[in-house]
Design a protein around this ligand. Structure first.
Ligand SMILES: Nc1nc2c(ncn2[C@@H]2O[C@H](COP(=O)(O)OP(=O)(O)O)[C@@H](O)[C@H]2O)c(=O)[nH]1
Ligand SMILES: [Mg+2]
Length: 276
């Protein structure tokens, strides 16, 4: 899986985040529960210094519950502050709010409200989480006319304030596995990778790890064939045929990619703690 790579963009994003970091005491690092390792940014630790950090694995309602339970065991043993959330179903939001208020705001080093910010890769749910947190706190930050958004503080309580604009990290692709995982969960713009290649890898992955989901989603009886043949079967089942009987490959790969990324195929995890 090839992803076109722009080191300049990443350096710029990191520089912006470094600036924002100066104004906060706590970082809420948002990752994707389906790709626990790949959706973290290894460079973050080097710029955090000794700021407190809580890792939030969002979109957990799209992840495989058995694997999520394994990750919870893993992180409980590591001692890191973490929580699995879902900004759509609101799972874990109360827990996140409580950790922030009790474990983070309780730090009396500062003679003022503790300031927190959300950061993470594109599309992991940072904006939705900020909305969830501001609603949990009862803060009125909705779409009121006249309220300018951007670099304002949301009072989660009298001791803890949250920056209303998230910091955006760029994916750091260190391996083929990272590239595929980040593409598959939607953290990479779809203009910088090949949809067909991504789709073939998605089919391969499903065939190996979640064959029952591949079969049931696309009503396939036999998946004991090549990835290309499976792709053609899916196109036929869905009626993605252009004039002359050829399959409409673009339409088919777009749909499979979107369905995977949005969790329509089923609850799926790309990485489990066994293989670390
Ligand atoms: N199923 C699910 N979808 C989510 C969740 N959080 C965000 N999304 C979806 O993911 C997309 C990106 O969310 P957004 O908050 O804009 O991400 P951001 O780019 O990190 O700010 C949107 O389509 C959301 O509806 C979640 O916890 N579960
Ligand atoms: Mg956003």
């Amino acid at each position: 899986m090839q992803v076109q790579w722009f080191p300049g963009h990443m350096a710029k994003a990191l520089r912006l985040v470094k600036e924002q970091l100066k104004t906060v005491d706590i970082v809420i690092e948002v990752c994707d529960a389906r790709a626990v390792m790949s959706s973290r940014n290894n460079e973050l630790s080097s710029i955090l210094n000794n700021k407190k950090r809580i890792v939030v694995f969002n979109k957990s309602s799209l992840a495989d519950d058995i694997i999520t339970a394994e990750w919870e065991k893993y992180f409980n043993a590591s001692g890191e502050l973490f929580v699995f959330t879902d900004a759509v179903t609101k799972k874990g939001i109360k827990a996140l709010f409580n950790i922030l208020i009790h474990k983070c705001a309780a730090d009396k080093r500062y003679n003022r409200a503790v300031k927190a910010m959300v950061l993470g890769l594109p599309n992991v749910g940072k904006s939705m989480l900020i909305n969830c947190l501001s609603m949990s706190s009862g803060a009125k930050t909705g779409n009121r006319p006249g309220v300018t958004r951007g670099n304002q503080w949301i009072r989660l309580n009298s001791e803890l304030h949250l920056l209303d604009t998230p910091g955006v990290l760029m994916p750091k692709i260190e391996s083929e596995e990272d590239a595929f995982n980040l593409v598959a969960i939607g953290c990479v713009k779809d203009t910088i990778f090949d949809k067909y290649a991504a789709c073939i890898e998605i089919i391969q992955f499903l065939k190996f790890k979640y064959p029952h989901l591949l079969k049931s989603r696309y009503k396939l009886e036999n998946i004991d064939k090549s990835d290309d043949e499976i792709l053609a079967d899916i196109a036929l089942k869905r009626g993605f045929i252009v004039k002359g009987g050829e399959i409409d490959l673009n339409r088919c790969t777009d749909i499979i990619y979107d369905e995977f990324k949005n969790g329509v195929i089923g609850k799926i995890s790309l990485q489990s703690p066994h293989i670390i």
